[in-house]
Design a protein around this ligand. Structure first.
Ligand code: ATP
Length: 382
């Protein structure tokens, strides 16, 4: 097994800086997710690790060697793509074993003189059978791809990567061709597989839910730059900046432009239409912003209906009255679009709420879970 280190890694296509001085240490056996919006550079970063794209500058280290000049096939990696082309005329067994059959013992002889196979038939058979067992494909080994479901085909593509017993798995949106149900199912299978094999994995997705459920750690990218790299929980609870705060979490965090004001020794977030009081711990961190503009953030799930028993004690400092604009029932919760004059908020409210569209609702903010950002630097103040 091996860790992967990206050191000052940059890729420029013509004038587009796709990956901009990225530094990332992926630990041995870690499941690292690269997540970000379309065009943020995650695929380019992955392709550089794979050796499919040459770095403009910087280093890629796999295990203990710099691999910038090592060809893809000698990097000890296996890739699984979104478009996992299986060979249509080969059955599952042959699709999985094909790569191993082609592999030759390293030698100085060029093709076609290099004819010594790297793996014996017995070794190939062992690996294919083990992978098929692990992926629940044993009964399908003789089938052709067209006789398989989408999920089964995806598992064959995974199997093809597993039989190579690589040091590192590189996966680029491998589940995006599957329907929603199968995607959730395969996601769980991939997590189990990773636990079992413990192979260092770099997984690219634009789907933050996928990132949150799969990653040991997540590197959030935007404009070719890693915005923050941390565990899913830390990203959710302590986003480093506005971009990460808005990207992680669904529905997205509410952002309210405000000013910090001091009254009777307390700090208030003055949003114009309403004022709320910062708890002591948050107030301490916001003290240097008194009289200044800021952006206050609150997640939809940290807003409660005052009339329902909630986790947060209502006080005048955390309670406001809003108009209910839209209510979307989701089962256990309702997604509510609320308005306080010109300020719009989205809240996830327990479906026991009696709130009605067009009516008023008293809501309570969990102020200890709120966030504050500097509007200039966009960095978190707390
Ligand atoms: P997506 O989720 O849409 O695949 P991504 O985050 O993986 O996006 P990349 O594919 O890495 O993004 O692309 C990053 C930037 O580099 C984009 O602006 C893209 O247009 C550009 N880019 C990628 N490949 C090339 C190329 N071969 N030539 C020129 N520009 C490229």
């Amino acid at each position: 097994m091996a860790g992967v280190i990206l050191r000052n890694l940059t890729k420029v296509f013509n004038k587009v800086v796709a990956v901009n001085n990225v530094n990332l240490e992926i630990r041995d056996s870690e499941f690292m997710v690269l997540v970000g919006p379309s065009g943020c550079g995650k695929t380019t970063a992955l392709r550089m690790i794979a050796g499919l794209e040459e770095a403009t500058s910087g280093e890629i280290i796999i295990g203990d060697r710099v691999v910038n000049d090592v060809s893809p096939k000698d990097r000890d990696i296996a890739m699984v793509f979104q478009n996992y082309a299986l060979y249509p005329h080969m059955n599952v067994y042959d699709n999985m074993s094909f790569g191993l059959r082609l592999k030759r013992v390293p030698t100085n002889l060029p093709w076609p003189f290099n004819t010594r196979r790297a793996f014996s038939e017995e070794e190939i058979d062992r690996r294919v059978n083990e992978a098929a067992e692990m992926l629940g494909l044993k009964h399908l080994l003789q089938r052709k791809p067209k006789e398989l479901s989408g999920g089964q085909r995806q598992r064959v593509a995974l199997g093809r990567a597993i039989v190579r017993e690589p040091k590192v798995f590189l996966m680029d949106e491998p589940l995006s061709n599957l329907d929603a149900k199968l995607r959730v199912q395969t996601r769980a299978e991939l997590i189990k597989l990773h636990r079992r094999l413990g192979i260092t994995t770099v997984y690219v997705t634009h789907d933050q839910v996928e990132a949150m459920t799969m990653g040991d750690r997540i590197a959030v990218m935007n404009n070719g730059v890693i915005q923050q790299c941390d565990t899913p929980l830390n990203l959710y609870n302590h986003p480093a900046n506005l971009f990460v705060a808005g990207f992680i979490g669904s529905p997205a965090m509410n952002f309210v432009p405000a000013t910090i004001v001091e009254r009777n020794g307390e700090l208030l977030v003055d949003a114009g239409s309403f004022q709320v009081t910062l708890p002591p711990e948050q107030a301490q961190k916001a003290r240097s912003y008194v009289g200044k503009r800021c952006i206050w953030g609150i997640r939809p799930e940290d807003i409660y209906d005052k009339s329902l028993p909630g986790l947060v004690q209502p006080t005048p400092g955390n309670t406001i009255t809003v108009d209910v604009d839209v209510v979307e029932p989701l089962g256990s919760d309702m997604e509510m679009y609320l308005k306080s004059n010109d300020i719009s908020l989205i809240a996830m409210i327990d479906s026991a709420s009696k709130a009605k569209v067009g009516g008023k609702l008293e809501i309570v903010f969990d102020m200890a879970k709120s966030h504050l950002f500097d509007p200039e630097t966009e960095q978190a103040i707390y």
